[in-house]
Every structure is written in C-alpha cells, then in structure tokens.
Design a protein around this ligand. Structure first.
Ligand code: BEZ
Length: 210
C-alpha cells in the first residue's frame, strides 16, 4: 500500500521487544516515528538503533514515541539488542517490531522489490496526533539515517501546526521563520509586528517559539 502525506496511518497489532502492541493505541494522541530496518545483526542498523536510543529524551521532549521494525523474529531482536548495547553504549529503549511475516512492512510499503525483494528499505514515517502521516522518508539499506534531522522536522511540524508559518532551508528551532503566504500583509502586521519583507512572497519574522 502506498502511503502519502495526509493519509491516515494504518493501524496494526504487532509483537515487539516491549510485548504485544496495538500501534494506534500505543501511539495515543501524541506524535510517533515508525522506522524500518533491513535486517537484524547488520552493521548500519546496529548503529541506528543505538543512536535513536541515545536520543530518547529528545523524542520524549517532543511528545514523540519511537518504534522500529525489522523483518526478523523476536528472539533474534532480543539477541541483537545486546550487541546494540555493546557497540553503542545505549540499551535499546523503544519497541522493535518483529515483522517476520512482513505484514506491516507490506502494509506500509517498506519492501521495494527492485532494491531487495525480502529486506525492507530504511523507511521513516512521522505520524501526528491526528494519526495522519506528516513525513515519509526512504533511504537505501547502505545509508544510515540522520536522526537529528528527524528531530528538526518534528520541531518544524509542531511549530507550523500551531502557527501560520513555514520554516526555511536548514532551519533549526529558535531561528527566524517564514510567514505563510496565505496571510495578508495586514494580518501579518498584527500577528507578526516588525516582520521583514524580502520579496512580496517571502516575509520573515522571529520564531513565535524560542
Ligand atoms: C546494514 O544495516 O548494515 C545493512 C543492511 C542491509 C544491507 C546493507 C547494510
């Protein structure tokens, strides 16, 4: 199933390293990152799972839960978790789905047969409080993801969900933002006093959230 931005994230139940989980119930009314790994006991995945475990507090500060997926069984995940700890110094501290029948991988279109017909690619879905998909990313198996970038995107998504702004290239939390084109200059003057017009369609203002 191809999932696009704005689609409702499909629900599922799964066996995970933290027990059986009903995904949407587990997610609740917060944010979630669902991300897939090609295979257990592979080097790039090992570094990724350790890196995300090290960012637990950063995701929690954004009211965002994280859940991984690999198409191997639970006993394999449990053995691999020890390696992740050994190598990265971080204990696996979020659920890792055992998707050995590939049901969830297929549901979320994580297997791209022209890349590999059994392993998942490195998919990422960021899902909002309304259960809608806010971001999708697809990386090849050979490239580890940048999880600081996911935190940056979550900051942008959370800011733009509640303020009429967008965030420019390479934006980081606290930096100036762009006033949404749908806001008239008159409205902007009230809501963002002192905004700067760089072009009629590009108006900049300090971030409403510091
Ligand atoms: C890895 O995680 O290191 C990996 C997995 C599948 C293919 C290539 C690399």
């Amino acid at each position: 199933m191809t999932l696009r931005l704005g689609d409702t994230a499909p629900g599922f139940t799964a066996q995970t390293t933290d027990g059986s989980i009903d995904f949407l119930e587990w997610k609740g009314d917060g944010w979630a990152v669902l991300f897939s790994h090609p295979k257990d006991y592979t080097p790039v995945c090992t570094t990724e799972l350790g890196a995300v475990s090290g960012l637990k507090e950063e995701f929690a500060a954004r009211n965002c839960k994280v859940i991984g997926l690999s198409v191997d069984p639970l006993d394999s995940h449990r053995g691999w978790a020890q390696d992740i700890h050994d190598v990265t110094g971080h204990a696996l501290n979020f659920p890792l789905i055992a998707d050995d029948d590939r049901a969830i991988a297929n549901l979320y279109d994580m297997i791209h047969p022209n890349a590999d017909d059994t392993m998942t690619v490195r998919s990422v879905f960021i899902i909002g409080p309304d259960n809608k998909i806010k971001l999708t990313l697809t990386y090849p198996a050979s490239t580890g993801r940048n999880f600081q970038e996911l935190l940056r995107v979550i900051d942008s998504l959370q800011l733009t969900a509640t303020h009429s702004v967008a965030t420019p290239a390479n934006w980081e939390q606290g930096e100036d933002v762009i006033i949404a084109p749908s806001i008239s200059d008159a409205d902007a003057a009230e809501r963002f006093p002192g905004f700067v017009t760089k072009k009629p369609y590009l108006r900049v203002t300090p971030s409403p959230v510091k």
